[in-house]
Design a protein around this ligand. Structure first.
Ligand code: PGA
Length: 239
């Protein structure tokens, strides 16, 4: 893993935005994998503030979406991405890959997503956050992990950390979601994982230096040949 440590979140986010924009300029039809959550918000802000780039050919696939939450709901990850990136950057709907948590057949929806990623030629650059429990996407710790896009049961801590999208009421956060699987993520050509804040320091250490274990799904990134881990000082403090 290539480790980069930054003085603060702003510098980290600006550097990642520069990397993404450089890749978009070099490869206008870049296929990007994208995360939601609190960590990437300053990164999306940095992209919005950057000099204009041509996003007309860029295609995106987000990691996950809540089951039972429609794309039009403000609580959906689809709506988050529209607010934070797709709207401001003018990413056209037809270039956006997203799981639909209200599809009639969720298993068929997961299979459709796998086919869509494959038809795009796979993901060139996958940007990830990490949960305090070691999850990436909604691949939660457990006795085993799913290889492919699947329905995931959310752990209580994961639901709690998403409560803000549901008016702060954790009971309204769905108990399940759809998520890219571990193989889907690991088949990306390059991966960048970002983590900020002291609350992530322990799990960052386990991810980078611990055993590869389904108890820390992000530890499987140790097997990927092209991973960059971007940390602020707090998240790097226990390495
Ligand atoms: P966070 O979530 O950025 O809100 O901490 C990260 C994640 O769960 O992947």
């Amino acid at each position: 893993m290539n480790i980069q440590i930054f003085d603060d979140v702003r510098t980290l986010s600006a550097e990642l935005a520069t990397r993404v924009l450089t890749e978009v300029r070099l490869q206008p039809s870049l296929v990007l994998g994208l995360p939601t959550g609190r960590t990437p918000l300053p990164f999306y802000q940095a992209l919005r503030a950057a000099p204009a780039a041509d996003w007309s050919l860029v295609r995106t696939f987000n990691l996950d979406e809540f089951a039972g939450v429609s794309p039009g709901s403000p609580a959906s990850y689809r709506a988050y991405m529209q607010r934070e990136l797709f709207g401001p950057m003018g990413v056209a709907d037809e270039n956006v890959g997203f799981l639909n948590g209200t599809a009639a057949d969720l298993d068929a929806e997961c299979a459709r997503y796998e086919r869509a990623i494959a038809a795009a030629g796979g993901i060139d650059l996958m940007i990830l956050g990490i949960g305090a429990n070691g999850h990436i996407g909604f691949n939660e710790p457990g006795p085993d992990l799913h290889a492919r896009t699947h329905r995931a049961q959310l752990q209580p801590g994961t639901r709690a950390s998403n409560a803000a999208l549901f008016g702060g009421d954790v009971s309204r956060v769905p108990e399940s979601a759809l998520s890219m699987g571990m193989a889907t993520i690991l088949q990306s050509k390059a991966v960048v994982l970002i983590a900020t804040g002291a609350a992530k320091a322990g799990v960052v250490r386990a991810m980078m230096n611990g055993r590869i274990t389904t108890s820390v799904p992000a530890s499987f990134l140790q097997l990927h040949p092209c991973v960059t881990v971007m940390l602020d000082r707090e998240a790097a403090s226990r390495r």
